[in-house]
Design a protein around this ligand. Structure first.
Ligand SMILES: [Zn+2]
Length: 258
């Protein structure tokens, strides 16, 4: 299933950085708003979702943002981590350094047991007050039941999602964590799963890996804009390919230097 040249590189690697997007969650039954395997077979519905989850709408009509978030939570209610999420946990246990940077807000990596996780877009269950410093983490059921803006339990102002909405800046703390994980001591293997969006934070790890001669691998259902840039573009299901990668990763790695 994997090319021999990739297997050789994986066997001796100890440090891996992983970047995941909607494609890995799609295999858990979470629909994406856009793109391959995506939602909304009805693109107009996808566009309305994106608009509701935007920087403008959360200011002008926060009830609409919250209703769409509640709907997304209901659609994802039965989603569980899949074989790809679990294989990544297995790799983390064996790695000297391991980081997942995810664009997903569904919490499936954390649910699977990943420890070193950067949720670059935040988490759908987190909210923060628009007036005071209070933060809230919703139970899934409470989020699903929302019909409009929930009040802050401390000051009664409206809460807003503590996730990065369309048109908003990435959170500084997560960006700094990404920099440490992918630049300060670059991983020997960088693996993209279920994402092809060429955002700067997706491309930066690619260019860093290339400068250091580290290996770059993509797992997507079909070829993407990223495919021409990486060393190995693997097409197929993450649930098949990521366990195959985990099976060989670090098997022949030299012991850690004291
Ligand atoms: Zn408050």
């Amino acid at each position: 299933m994997l090319p021999d040249a990739l297997i050789d590189r994986l066997r001796t690697a100890r440090r891996i950085g992983v970047i995941t997007g909607a494609g890995i969650s799609a295999e858990s039954g979470i629909q994406t708003y856009r793109g391959v395997g995506g939602l909304y077979d009805d693109p107009e519905r996808g566009d309305r979702t994106v608009e509701a989850l935007s920087a403008e709408t959360v200011l002008s009509d926060p009830d609409r943002t919250w209703r769409v978030l509640a709907e997304l939570a209901r659609m994802a209610a039965d989603a569980e981590p899949n074989a790809a999420h679990h294989a990544l946990v297995e790799m983390e246990a064996r790695a000297e350094a391991f980081t997942i940077l995810t664009q997903n807000v569904d919490g499936l990596h954390a649910a699977a047991g990943t420890r070193n996780l950067i949720e670059i877009h935040g988490n759908i269950r987190n909210a923060r007050c628009t007036r005071c410093p209070h933060r809230v983490r919703f139970e899934r059921e409470d989020l699903m039941a929302l019909d409009g803006t929930p009040p802050c339990p401390v000051c009664r102002s409206g809460l807003r999602p503590d996730a990065v909405l369309f048109g908003e800046m990435l959170p500084e703390r997560e960006v700094a964590a990404m920099y440490r994980a992918f630049h300060v001591q670059p991983p020997e293997v960088v693996l993209w799963i279920g994402t092809s969006a060429l955002f700067p934070y997706i491309l930066d790890p690619l260019f860093t890996a290339q400068r250091h001669g580290n290996v770059t691998v993509e797992v997507n259902l079909e070829r993407t804009d990223l495919s021409a840039e990486v060393d190995f573009a693997l097409t197929g299901r993450a649930g098949d390919l990521v366990p195959a990668i985990a099976a060989v990763f670090g098997r022949d790695a030299a012991p850690e230097c004291p």
